[in-house]
Design a protein around this ligand. Structure first.
Ligand SMILES: NC(=O)C1=CN([C@@H]2O[C@H](COP(=O)(O)OP(=O)(O)OC[C@H]3O[C@@H](n4cnc5c(N)ncnc54)[C@H](O)[C@@H]3O)[C@@H](O)[C@H]2O)C=CC1
Ligand SMILES: N[C@@H](CCC(=O)N[C@@H](CSC=O)C(=O)NCC(=O)O)C(=O)O
Ligand SMILES: [Zn+2]
Ligand SMILES: [Zn+2]
Length: 369
C-alpha cells in the first residue's frame, strides 16, 4: 500500500514528506494506522548523525499511538480495531531478559531492530524499489507502520491519541525512571538535570512518590515555571550561581541528593549528577543519550564511597504490561500530560517541531495525521 511518511534521507537535513510503499504485515506482525506521534530529543539526536546506530534513509519516530488495521498470521494478542502504542522496547515474555525480571530490555528482536529491519531481516518500507529503514522498530512518523506483535501495547479505547502517544516514550521514561529504576522513596531529596520532555516527567514522578526536595537544574530559565507546576521545589541555573554546581547542590540537599537523574545527554552533566549524590547511598540515574565517541568519567573514589551509577531505558518499564497502566493513570487524572504537550501540528510541519526543540521553545510537539 501507499503511505505518507516523513523520510530522513541524510544526517542534519530536514525531513521530507514522501509517498512510501509499505508491505503488509507478515506472520507475528501487525499493521497500525498511526494517529499521532510525539517528537523526542532522541529523534533529533539520530537525525543529527550522532547516533552510532543511525541509518539513512529512514522513517524516524518512536512515540506514537494508533489503531491496528490488519494482523499477520499467528498473531494472537491483537485484532483489527485495537487501540495501541508501539513499543521501541518490546516485551516478548519468553527471552532470558524478560524471564529474569531484572530488566525491561527484552532482546528478542534487538539485533534486527538496531539494523533498521523487521525480525525477518527485511524492511517493509521502500521507495522506487529502494529500501527505507525502520527506526527503533517503530517508525511512527508515518500514517501507517508495521510492528512485531511483541512490540505493541494494547490500550483502552477512550484514551486520546494526541495525548497518550507521549506515553510511548517521554512520560514512561521519566516517571518510570523514578518508580521502576530508582524506586525513589517518600521523603527523598531528588536532583533532576534537564527540564525538557523527560526531566519534567521525572519531576512529576518524584512528586507522585512523595519526594521531599525536588531540585531542577537547567540553563534555560524559561523551563522554570512549568517545572514548578509539576512539583519542582528549587530551581538552579548553573550559569547564575556563584562557584561550582556540585558543592552548591550538596549544600542545598544538606549532604547530597538521595537520587539524581541526568535528562540531557551531556557527559559533563552526567558526572555532576553522580558527584552531587549523597556519600554512602546516593544513586544517580543516567537517562540522557550521549553521542558517538562520548565517554563518562569520575574518580572511582566516588563509587568506593557509596555513590551508585545506574542507567535507565524506557524508564525500566515492561511495555505491554506497564504502558496500559500508565494510560489509566492519565485517564484517571493521576498524571498530567496535557500541559507538557506545548505544540500540535500536522505531519507536513514536522520540521517545525525540531526547530522548536532546538530553540528550547517546546516541551513536546505532537504531529498528527
Ligand atoms: N534513556 C531513555 O530511555 C531515553 C532517553 N532520552 C534522552 O533524554 C534526553 C532528554 O530528552 P528530552 O527531554 O526530550 O530533551 P529536551 O531537549 O526536551 O530537554 C533537554 C533539556 O536539557 C537542558 N540542557 C541542555 N544542556 C544543559 C546543560 N548543560 N545544563 C543544564 N541543562 C541543560 C535544555 O535546556 C532542555 O531543557 C536526550 O538525551 C534524549 O535522547 C529520551 C527518551 C528516552
Ligand atoms: N542507538 C544509540 C542509543 C540510543 C538509546 O540509548 N536509546 C534508548 C532509548 S532513547 C529514547 O528516546 C534505549 O532504549 N536504549 C536501549 C536500546 O537497546 O537501544 C547508541 O547506539 O548509542
Ligand atoms: Zn524518546
Ligand atoms: Zn523478551
Amino acid at each position: 500500500m501507499e503511505i505518507k511518511a516523513a523520510v530522513a534521507y541524510s544526517p542534519g537535513k530536514p525531513l521530507t514528506i514522501e509517498t512510501v510503499q509499505l508491505q503488509g504485515p507478515q506472520a507475528w506482525e501487525v499493521l497500525i494506522e498511526i494517529k499521532a506521534s510525539g517528537v523526542c530529543h532522541t529523534d533529533a539526536f539520530t537525525l543529527s548523525g550522532d547516533d552510532p546506530e543511525g541509518l539513512f534513509p529512514a522513517i524516524l519516530g518512536h512515540e506514537g499511538a494508533g489503531i491496528v488495521v490488519e494482523v499477520g498470521a499467528d498473531v494472537k494478542s491483537l485484532k483489527p480495531g485495537d487501540h495501541v502504542i508501539p513499543l521501541y522496547t518490546p516485551e516478548c515474555r519468553q527471552c532470558d531478559y524478560c524471564l529474569s525480571f531484572k530488566t525491561n530490555l527484552c532482546q528478542a528482536i534487538r539485533g534486527t531492530q538496531g539494523r533498521g529491519l523487521m525480525p525477518d531481516g527485511t524492511s517493509r518500507f521502500s521507495m522506487g524499489g529502494d529500501i527505507i529503514h525502520h527506526y527503533m522498530g517503530t517508525s511512527t512518523f508515518a500514517n501507517y507502520t508495521v510492528l512485531p506483535e511483541i512490540a505493541v501495547a494494547k490500550i483502552r479505547e477512550d484514551a486520546p491519541f494526541d495525548k497518550v502517544c507521549y506515553i510511548g516514550c517521554g512520560v514512561t521514561t521519566g516517571i518510570g525512571a523514578v518508580i521502576y529504576t530508582a524506586k525513589v522513596e517518600p521523603g527523598a531529596n531528588v536532583v533532576v538535570f534537564g527540564l525538557g520532555g523527560i526531566g519534567l516527567n521525572v519531576i512529576q514522578g518524584a512528586r507522585m512518590v512523595g519526594a521531599n526536595k525536588i531540585i531542577g537544574v537547567d540553563i534555560n530559565p524559561k523551563k522554570r515555571a512549568l517545572a514548578e507546576k509539576f512539583g519542582m521545589t528549587d530551581f538552579v541555573n548553573p550559569q547564575e550561581i556563584a562557584g561550582d554546581l556540585v558543592p552548591y547542590l550538596v549544600d542545598l540537599t544538606k549532604g547530597g541528593a538521595d537520587y539524581s537523574f541526568e535528562c540531557i545527554g551531556n557527559v559533563n552533566t552526567m558526572r555532576q549528577a553522580l558527584e552531587c549524590c549523597h556519600k554512602g547511598w546516593g544513586v544517580s540515574v543516567i537517562i540522557g543519550v550521549a553521542g558517538a565517541g562520548q565517554e563518562i568519567s569520575t574518580r572511582p573514589f566516588q563509587l568506593v564511597t557509596g555513590r551508585v551509577w545506574k542507567g535507565s531505558a524506557f524508564g525500566g518499564a515492561r511495555g505491554r504490561t506497564d504502558v496500559p497502566k500508565i494510560v489509566d493513570w492519565y485517564m484517571d487524572g493521576k498524571i498530567n500530560i496535557d500541559d507538557l504537550i506545548t505544540h500540535v501540528m500536522p505531519i507536513e510541519k514536522i520540521n517545525d517541531a525540531f526547530d522548536l526543540m532546538h530553540r528550547g521553545d517546546s516541551i513536546r510537539s505532537v504531529v498528527t495525521f
